[in-house]
Design a binder for this molecule. Structure first.
Ligand code: F6P
Length: 364
């Protein structure tokens, strides 16, 4: 372990996910218990650019384990290498890396724990690569789509919320003889849709990884009707698209790392089903309800492990790594892997086969 004069900083970046506070608590307690000082950067990388760093003590991190969101605040807009500024010329991007380096130096910060998704981890990796900053990453996102780890924290809570939503939709579907469509988040990966669809007993699951043919979806619903089932449950990932078709884009956020925000795939599917079958069909978009609120026990434990092991890594001087879950062990992988792409559901993933054996249609 390093001497006890070291100072570290923690930041949370990108969309919030249940378990962020558990990571902050796990890492901060480990630093404090080892005699170190620890700061929290307010609102992700914005705090490092603008010098908004708050000391974290036992009092500040008390009672936060079960709380959703992040006590440090977050944003998916402030990239120090491409910092969005609105001035008389409109939206311009400035390189503000030197401000980050100055603030790290000013507070004598030895290393930075970056808790984030692919965007924030990619920024952390760039700070390490191009500026020599010591960084340890923790993989956060409800989407479970980060390369280099089998599981991100936040996913279990989102999957549980989506499953609960399917259970609730079932009662209306059954009572009203309707097709109920649920659109879930996940960006370009279908982890939430697949797991919640299996857990909730969906009849159709549409994933970004398997472009769908609407005729196949209709076939399944008609077959259920012919077998005396007057309702169906369809789970649609927000990134699902028809064969040869486009993604459903809800908005563009120019300042953001990933500028596209998805939305509308479920509504599109529900409309087509109603038109083609004559069965009343309704879409529900679960949205931020699957991202907020208290983390499940699984996410609290996973997030705590990530935070503690990330701090241990800092104390040992092992930097430029990301914490990763592999075979139920927290291991360190190269930080550069994290932001280098999206981890999608493999087409030969067991749960897809399981779904097919159950008779679930994937629209192909
Ligand atoms: O990455 C998490 C996530 O919730 C995605 O599932 C979703 O597509 C996106 O963030 C929404 O982003 P925003 O909070 O900017 O609307």
């Amino acid at each position: 372990m390093m001497d006890n004069k070291c100072t570290f900083a923690i930041l949370t970046g990108g969309g919030d996910a249940p378990g962020l506070n558990a990571v902050i608590r796990g890492a901060a307690k480990t630093f404090l218990n080892n005699g170190c000082k620890v700061y929290g950067s307010i609102n992700g990388f914005n705090g490092l650019v603008n010098g908004k760093l708050e000391p974290l003590d036992y009092k500040r991190i008390s009672g936060i384990l079960p709380r959703g969101g992040t006590i440090l605040g977050t944003t998916n807009r402030d990239n120090p290498f491409r910092f969005a500024v609105h001035n008389e010329k409109g939206l311009v991007f400035e390189d503000r890396r030197q401000m980050v380096l100055d603030n790290l130096k000013k507070h004598n910060i030895e290393a930075l724990v970056v808790i984030g998704g692919d965007g924030s981890l990619a920024i952390g990796a760039q700070l390490a690569r191009e500026c020599g900053v010591n960084v340890v990453g923790c993989p956060k996102t409800i989407d479970n789509d980060i390369l280099g780890t089998e599981r991100t924290f936040g996913f279990d809570t989102a999957m549980s919320a989506a499953t609960d939503a399917i259970d609730r939709l079932h009662t209306t579907a059954e009572s009203h003889h309707r097709v109920m469509v649920l659109e879930v988040m996940g960006r370009y990966a279908g982890w939430i849709a697949l797991h919640s669809g299996i857990a909730g007993g969906a009849d159709v699951i549409l994933l970004p990884e398997i472009p769908y043919q609407i005729d196949k979806v209709i076939e399944k619903i008609e077959a259920r009707k012919a077998a005396g089932k007057s309702f169906s449950i369809v789970v649609v990932a927000e990134g699902a698209k028809p064969v040869g078709g486009e993604l459903s884009v809800a908005r563009v956020v120019k300042e953001s790392f990933d500028t596209i925000r998805l939305g509308g795939a479920g509504e599109k599917v529900a409309k087509a089903i109603e038109e083609m079958t004559g069965i009343e069909s309704r879409n529900t978009t679960l949205g931020y309800l699957q991202r907020g609120g208290t983390p499940t026990a699984f996410d609290r434990v996973l997030a705590t492990r990530y935070g503690v092991v990330a701090a241990e890594s800092c104390l040992k001087g092992e930097y430029n790594v990301m914490m990763s879950l592999q075979d139920d062990q927290i291991k360190a992988v190269d930080l550069q892997i994290a932001g280098s792409g999206s981890r999608n559901v493999p087409l030969d993933f067991e749960l897809i086969r399981v779904g097919r054996e159950l008779g679930i249609s994937f629209g192909d």
